[in-house]
Design a protein around this ligand. Structure first.
Ligand code: IMP
Ligand code: MG
Length: 183
């Protein structure tokens, strides 16, 4: 990894400006849809932290925020769909209008499990907002209400998304040079 992360980037997929415009658009739509509701934005850590922070500021209706974290059991190649909650929500979501905020909807295994868990806590409504959607990789069906961009089946980093916990602070979404993975 270079000290200037830009040197590890092969190409930019979504620029800072494209991301900003999309976040503003989704924020405006949510502000319209959640008039008079009891909105709670629930961020799934860690990948969504930057999107969550920008989205919250693009929404004009009152809202509260909470955070949770989950990880898949066993090796990442296993597709059991079993998920461990590593940080649970702190706010009682019963009667709240919950939007789960995710960085990317990939296989959907983690999300479909999480959505089921949250539904059992009796929110007034439950929807999903994901900045990126990789439909080619889907293994579990998940309803995506608010979608930023559809992306090809390529590993992307930046704007919260990591490779080996790095690159989350890039202001755009990009694809790494192949040599970064082979090291
Ligand atoms: P899944 O939908 O259960 O497969 O899990 C999606 C999670 O995998 C996301 O929240 C990301 O943390 C991670 N992920 C999937 N694709 C990418 C990618 O292209 N770049 C970085 N992280 C990814
Ligand atoms: Mg990750």
């Amino acid at each position: 990894m270079h000290q200037n992360m830009m040197e590890d980037i092969d190409h930019i997929l979504l620029s800072k400006e494209e991301l900003q415009a999309k976040v503003a658009e989704i924020g405006a739509q949510i502000s319209k849809d959640y008039q008079g509701k009891n909105l709670l934005l629930l961020s799934v850590l860690r990948g969504s932290f930057i999107f969550m922070a920008d989205l919250a500021r693009a929404i004009t209706v009152p809202l509260s925020v909470d955070f949770m974290s989950a990880s898949s059991y066993g090796s990442s190649t296993k597709t059991s769909g079993a998920v461990k909650i590593t940080k649970d929500i702190d706010i009682d979501i019963e009667g709240k209008d919950v939007i789960v905020v995710e960085d990317i909807l990939d296989s959907g295994l983690t999300l479909s499990f999480l959505m089921g868990l949250l539904k059992a806590k009796k929110p007034a409504s439950l929807h999903l907002c994901a900045l990126l959607d990789k439909p080619e990789r889907r293994k579990a069906e998940v309803n995506l209400t608010y979608k930023g961009f559809t992306v090809p089946d390529e590993f992307v980093v930046g704007y919260g998304l990591d490779y080996d916990e790095k690159y989350r602070n890039l202001p755009f979404i990009g694809v790494l040079k192949p040599e970064v993975y082979s090291k």
